[in-house]
Write a protein that binds this ligand. Sequence first.
Ligand SMILES: NC(=O)c1ccc[n+]([C@@H]2O[C@H](COP(=O)([O-])OP(=O)(O)OC[C@H]3O[C@@H](n4cnc5c(N)ncnc54)[C@H](OP(=O)(O)O)[C@@H]3O)[C@@H](O)[C@H]2O)c1
Length: 167
Amino acid sequence: MKIILIAAVASNQVIGRDNQLIWKLSSDLKRFKNLTSGHFILMGRKTFESLGKPLPNRTHLIITRNPDFQAPEGHYCFSNLEEAFIFCNKLEVEKLFIIGGGEIYKQSLSFCDQLEITEVHTNPEGDTYFPTIPVQDWEEVERSDFPADEKNEFPYSFVTYEKKAKP
Ligand SMILES: NC(=O)c1ccc[n+]([C@@H]2O[C@H](COP(=O)([O-])OP(=O)(O)OC[C@H]3O[C@@H](n4cnc5c(N)ncnc54)[C@H](OP(=O)(O)O)[C@@H]3O)[C@@H](O)[C@H]2O)c1
């Protein structure tokens, strides 16, 4: 199974405020949809709540410490990341996308094989941060830069990192 983390991260590492996204970037939403559709997506309970309802055509795996939490039909909850990984391995899931938020990114970064980062070139105020990417472990393999326009309120870059092979 390939584990792919996908996140939109500001220049100051901010990723959210008040359990919401803090920018309007239509291209980023399209890329997120294109990459994750048809796949399993794993998230913390707060990110799941921020979605409002499950995203179409994706199986949601929700991490929570609340034993009473009920995932919507066709989706699943787990009390830690490891349980979710075991579940996906049993189902022979080909690709698992880690979609946030801050707590889950921090805990899962070392398990990931690939990072799909949208760098958002602004410095907003926020309350949730992306962890520092340990550059010694990751290689930037692709980058495309875009200016702001009427559908994207800040300049942004799509950047792909692959985990470096261990020597
Ligand atoms: N920019 C982006 O790409 C992006 C993507 C996603 C989210 N976000 C933003 O990130 C923010 C949410 O992130 P967050 O860090 O506050 O929350 P989060 O990571 O989405 O969820 C945190 C919750 O996950 C559960 N959890 C975390 N670690 C666990 C563990 N080891 N075992 C069991 N359960 C665990 C707990 O749920 P319980 O409290 O239920 O136990 C915890 O309260 C929002 O502002 C959202 O908009 C941004």
